[in-house]
Design a protein around this ligand. Structure first.
Ligand SMILES: Nc1ncnc2c1ncn2[C@@H]1O[C@H](COP(=O)(O)OP(=O)(O)OP(=O)(O)O)[C@@H](O)[C@H]1O
Ligand SMILES: [Mg+2]
Length: 437
C-alpha cells in the first residue's frame, strides 16, 4: 500500500526534502502544501497519510496538529539539519518523530511507516468495541506460573472534573461554579475553577480578581505554542484563598477565537494534576457551529463548552425554578444527551413557591421526571440577600454570607463530591491577586 506524504516545509530546503521522500520505495508525495491552511485542507480532503512539517511553519500549533490527527494524518517533524531548538518545539506540541534532509533513506522510510502504523493502531483501538453485546471471550488458560505478578504501577492522582452547565437565561451557572469550588476547597480538597464561558466570563469579577490576572487566554496561547506545563499553569491560575485556584476567563467575549478546543482539552488535563477537583464554568451554547461553516478548520465558539462537557466526569445541569427556566432545562437535558458528556445531575436554582406554586420541590421533581426523565434533583433556594451581598463584595458566599440558606445548600452539594462533612463557618484568607473588599 502506497504511503502518501503531505509536505509543509521551509521554502529554502523543501525541494530537496521532497526529492528525497519521493525516491523512497512505496512512498509518494501527495501534495506540496504552501502553508498551514493548504495542509489542513489537504488533510481534510483525505489526500495523505503522513504530514511532514517544519517547526517554523507559520501558525502551526496544537489545534492544527489535532485537526491533522482527527483526519487520520500522522505528523512527523522535519528540519534541514540537526536543530535541537526546532525538535524541542515540536516535541512540546506532541510531535515525537523527527527527520532531517540528510536522514538515510531506510531510516526515513522506517520513521514515516511507523508514524502511519501508530496512527492506524490508534484508529483501530478507537473503533474496537462490541456495541450491545459482550466481547468475545478467549479460552481460559490453565495457571502454571505461580510467581507473583509484578507490582502494578501506582497511577498519579487525577483530579475529578465537574462541569457546571445550563441553558441560556442566567440560571446561576457562575454562582454555583464559584461557590461549589470554594466549598470543595474549604472542605480540604485542592480545587481549580476554570472560567470557560466564551459568551460572558464572570468569575474574575465575582471573586474580585485583578484585571491584570492573565488567565485562560494566556494558558491557551502557551498551550498552542507548546510551552504550557504544570508550573506555568499554576502561575496562571491565581490562588484566591487556601487550596482554591482560579483560571479567569477571556476579558472580552470578542476574544473567543483565541481559545481553541485542543488547548482547552490540554488545560483541563493539566489541571487534573494540579488539584483534586477541577470545576468548569461553561457557556450555554452547545450547537456544533462547525456544521454552520464551510471552513472546518475555522475556530468554533461552542467548541470550548463542548470540550469541557466531553472532558468532564460529572455534570451539574443548572436551571431556573420558573416555568421558562424549567422548560429550557427539559430541552437542555435532551440537547446535552446528543453530545459527549456525563449524565446530567439537575440543579434547580432560585427555588421559590411564588414562581412555581405551592410545594415547589414536589412540583419541580414531578415535572422534570415526567418531561425530562431525570430524578435526583438538587435544589438551591432563592436567596437574593446572600447572592447580592456576595456580588457586591466580590466574595464567595462562605466569605460574606456563611450562614445563608444558599451557602448551606451549595455546601451540602459539595459534600456529595467530597463525601465529607458540610463545611460551616466563615472562610478566610485572600490570595495576593485579589482586591480587598
Ligand atoms: N439562588 C439564588 N438566589 C438569588 N439570586 C441568585 C441565585 N443564584 C444566582 N442568583 C443571581 O442571579 C444572577 C445570575 O447568576 P449567574 O451570573 O450565576 O448566572 P449565569 O447562569 O452564570 O449567567 P450568564 O448567562 O451571565 O453566565 C446573578 O445576579 C446572581 O447573583
Ligand atoms: Mg455565568
Amino acid at each position: 500500500m502506497t504511503l502518501t506524504v503531505l509536505t509543509a516545509l521551509s521554502h529554502d530546503w523543501e525541494g530537496r526534502m521532497v526529492e528525497v521522500v519521493d525516491r523512497l520505495p512505496g512512498v509518494s508525495v501527495g501534495r506540496r502544501c504552501v502553508d498551514l491552511a493548504d495542509l489542513l485542507a489537504a488533510a481534510s480532503a483525505g489526500l495523505g497519510d503522513v504530514a511532514l512539517v517544519s517547526a517554523d511553519l507559520r501558525g502551526l500549533d496544537r489545534d492544527a496538529l489535532a485537526h491533522l490527527r482527527a483526519h487520520g494524518v500522522a505528523v512527523v517533524g522535519a528540519s534541514h539539519a540537526a536543530d535541537e531548538g526546532q525538535e524541542r518545539r515540536l516535541r512540546q506540541l506532541g510531535v515525537d518523530r523527527h527527520v532531517q534532509v540528510a536522514t538515510p533513506g531506510e531510516d526515513l522510510l522506517a520513521t514515516l511507516t511507523s508514524a502511519r502504523s501508530a496512527r492506524t493502531a490508534c484508529a483501530t483501538d478507537a473503533q474496537v468495541g462490541w456495541p450491545g453485546e459482550d466481547p468475545p471471550t478467549a479460552p481460559i488458560e490453565p495457571v502454571t506460573d505461580l510467581t507473583p505478578p509484578p507490582p502494578t504501577p501506582v497511577e498519579p492522582a487525577r483530579g475529578q472534573v465537574i462541569a457546571v452547565w445550563g441553558p441560556t437565561g442566567a440560571p446561576g451557572r457562575s454562582t454555583l461554579a464559584v461557590n461549589l469550588a470554594s466549598e470543595l476547597a474549604a472542605a480540604g480538597a485542592p480545587t481549580v475553577l476554570i472560567d470557560l464561558d466564551t459568551y460572558g466570563a464572570a468569575v474574575a469579577q465575582l471573586l474580585s480578581v485583578l484585571d491584570e490576572a492573565p488567565g485562560l487566554a494566556s494558558a491557551a496561547r502557551a498551550s498552542e505554542l507548546g510551552t504550557l506545563d504544570l508550573m506555568g499553569l499554576a502561575r496562571l491560575a491565581v490562588e484566591v484563598s487556601p487550596r482554591f485556584r482560579v483560571l479567569t476567563g477571556i476579558p472580552t467575549p470578542s476574544r473567543w477565537p483565541e481559545v481553541r478546543s485542543a488547548a482547552v482539552e490540554h488545560i483541563i488535563e493539566l489541571s487534573r494534576s494540579l488539584a483534586a477537583f477541577v470545576v468548569l464554568d461553561l457557556g450555554f451554547g452547545i450547537e456544533d457551529d462547525e456544521e454552520l461553516s464551510y471552513d472546518t478548520a475555522a475556530p468554533r465558539r461552542n467548541a470550548t463548552t463542548l470540550g469541557g462537557l466531553a472532558e468532564a466526569d460529572d455534570l451539574l445541569l443548572v436551571g431556573a425554578a420558573d416555568p421558562v427556566g424549567l422548560q429550557r432545562m427539559v430541552r437542555a437535558v435532551q440537547g446535552v444527551g446528543q453530545v459527549a458528556s456525563p449524565p446530567p445531575r439537575p440543579v434547580v436554582n432560585r427555588l421559590r413557591a411564588s414562581s412555581v406554586g405551592s410545594d415547589p420541590r414536589r412540583r419541580v421533581e414531578t415535572s422534570l421526571a415526567r418531561f425530562a426523565g431525570v430524578d435526583g434533583v438538587a435544589f438551591l433556594p432563592d436567596d437574593p440577600a446572600a447572592a447580592d451581598a456576595a456580588l457586591l463584595a466580590g466574595q464567595t458566599l462562605a466569605e460574606c454570607a456563611p450562614d445563608s440558606p444558599l451557602r448551606q445548600a451549595i455546601a451540602q452539594l459539595a459534600a456529595t463530591f467530597t463525601g465529607g462533612a458540610v463545611p460551616a463557618g466563615r472562610a478566610s484568607g485572600r490570595g495576593l491577586l485579589r482586591r480587598r473588599a
